[in-house]
Design a protein around this ligand. Sequence first.
Ligand SMILES: [Zn+2]
Ligand SMILES: [Zn+2]
Length: 277
Amino acid sequence: MRYRNQLVLLASKHEKEKAIAAPFMTRLSCTLRVHDFDTDQFGTFTGEIPRTQSPYQTCLLKAKTAAEHFNYACSVASEGSFGPHPSFPFVPGAHELMVFIDREHDWIIAEQLVSQKTNYAMITINKNSDINDFLKRVLFPSHALIVQAISDNHVVGKGINDLDVLMHHLSLGFKTEKELLLATDMRAMMNPTRMEVIGELADKLALRIATPCAQCACPGFGFKATRGALPCDCCGSSTSFYKEEVWGCIACAHQEYKMRKDGLLKAEPTFCDYCNP
Ligand SMILES: [Zn+2]
Ligand SMILES: [Zn+2]
């Protein structure tokens, strides 16, 4: 296997090695090395340092900058963004990206995961707000919180995973603010649910790195796009369900077409614009 016994740099100060090291060892026999590297320079969740580039560009930049700085051939970085789920607007969703780079060959192998598994939430509160339901919903105190000022976004406290500490920061914040933002701390080491999703994605990425192209043997062969549309099971007209997956190589033009993972060949009439407008 190509990366056997390779040292791979992880650019993170958020303890993501807890989720990434195991799949990289199991699938690739790679050892992950973490160096103290301030990834906050590329932007923070709290908006203290704005993210100026797309999550993918930010992730790639993290991996490249760290690899150059510590002189590694290979590095890995991850980046998450949170908001309404793309398919279900009322459900919060996590969009996690992970990028592996090989500077020697100039290869970039990336994977992503969209998951409903997240506690991502925030509320605006005043001195009299009842926050008990919110605390239960966001799994506090096993999952940490952030207290932020509404007026200028400044962070009153983050990584808060203790009720007394939370109360202290709230009273501190309300000394100068009428309203405060209470939000989930999405940094991996403060959020076990996010750490779990990062672990799932790390496994997906490691599997992809372990998959060579049948044409040129370059690692990282995998899902690239979808194509076509499934016909309605009743009337045969096209539905919004894609027909098959297109897998591609990161280096050459070789492509393969794979059946949908769910094995569907036709779509239920419920999803047909003609049968069920
Ligand atoms: Zn139909
Ligand atoms: Zn190829």
